[in-house]
Design a protein around this ligand. Structure first.
Ligand code: TXA
Ligand code: MG
Length: 328
């Protein structure tokens, strides 16, 4: 049996210790503003292979590479076209990942053999000082095993990876709670491969029209044990959710509704998890609440619909996937 994974306070000395471990080819999990990352030095092929093994991730799914500063992006890519530079200047550090031509310094295993590399700069002090101390690019996949949702607390990471890595730096709850937006800037127009913390509209304000293609970067294979039903967003949404809930409950299903705090009262005595006050909170809490639904043995989760704007589009793309496109 491996030693249990330790959760470390993110003190200066613990961050320095973890940076040393990373430099020596070890793996460390740490917070970012989107979700927790499982880090390894990107130029260390052996360490990167361990990341795939620990996450039980297929080798054909490339990893995102993080650097600490904008100047460091040049070390992992061949060229930075003008639109990419604009995105970097506007959104980095932050929840945006750009896909560019890969520099020779990045090994094949990181990019699944493709000639592109996905790069981001986490907007999180702990992540930044850690990567800064490592002084090398670090791979930053979400710190979950492939069948679990992205972790938004150190405890989620421990639940998934206990005994498989030595340390997790604790940075509290992830600010955003869903992953970064990924834009391939090599195409014209650029292509959004995954919706996330930065909205498509925000990106289009900076570089003009972009295409959307969500099949290229698969949004993870996570499925909770509970079946997820996703409501369309409209006036009578609550009545429709209630009808569905009651029909399922009458069949003996254990059902829980994910609802905005302000809508909670509409569902009366039924089981409700509040997702918070607004859609930003919904995104922040979604993965944690799905873990909770599984822990509490709910068979069905009915998620309230959200308007397709701002963070809403990223939420919708995840909820459609979680529900296998089953919209009620
Ligand atoms: O917010 C995030 O991006 C988090 C934090 C921890 O950094 N990381 C994350 O990594 O979500 P991961 O491995 O769970 O998801 C990375 C996604 C995958 O869908 C992968 O296919 C895509 O990024 N990806 C990575 N490199 C790529 C590339 N060169 N071209 C296209 N897609 C790429
Ligand atoms: Mg992931």
């Amino acid at each position: 049996m491996n030693n249990p994974t330790k959760i470390l306070l993110s003190t200066e000395s613990n961050i320095a210790k973890c940076a040393g471990l990373l430099r020596n080819g070890r793996l460390v999990a740490f917070p970012t503003e989107t979700v927790y990352a499982l880090g390894a030095v990107a130029t260390n092929e052996k360490a990167v292979r361990k990341v795939f093994a620990v996450k039980k991730r297929p080798l054909d799914r490339p990893l995102i590479v993080a650097v600490a500063r904008k100047e460091d992006i040049a070390s992992v890519v061949k060229t930075i076209p003008p639109k990419a530079q604009k995105l970097i200047d506007t959104f980095m550090p932050g929840a945006l990942t750009v896909v560019l031509e890969r520099a020779d310094s990045i090994p094949d295993v990181v990019t699944a053999g493709t000639d592109s590399v996905a790069v981001r700069i986490p907007d999180n002090e702990i992540a930044q000082s850690l990567i800064d101390l490592v002084r090398k690019p670090v791979v930053v996949p979400s710190a979950n095993t492939s069948e679990k949702p992205s972790p938004t607390t150190a405890k989620h990471v421990k639940d998934d990876l206990d005994g498989k890595i030595e340390f997790i730096l604790d940075g509290g709850e992830s600010d955003i709670g869903i992953e970064s937006t990924i834009v391939d800037v090599r195409t014209d127009p650029p292509t959004v491969l995954r919706e996330g913390g930065v909205s498509k509209a925000e990106i289009e304000e900076v570089i003009g029209a972009v295409a959307t293609r969500t099949d290229r970067a698969k949004q993870g294979a996570f499925k909770p044990n509970a079946e997820v039903l996703f409501s369309a967003y409209y006036e009578g949404m609550a009545d429709n959710i209630i009808a569905r809930y009651d029909a399922l409950a009458a069949r003996g299903e254990r059902v829980v509704i994910l609802a905005l705090e302000s809508n909670r009262a509409r569902y009366g005595e039924r089981n409700v998890y509040s997702v918070g006050k607004n859609y930003t909170a919904y995104a922040h809490n979604l993965f944690a609440l799905l873990r909770c639904a599984d822990d509490q043995n709910f068979g069905v989760v009915i998620a309230e619909g959200v308007p397709p704007e701002g963070i809403g589009t990223a939420l919708i793309s995840r909820l459609i996937k979680l529900s296998n496109g089953w919209i009620i």
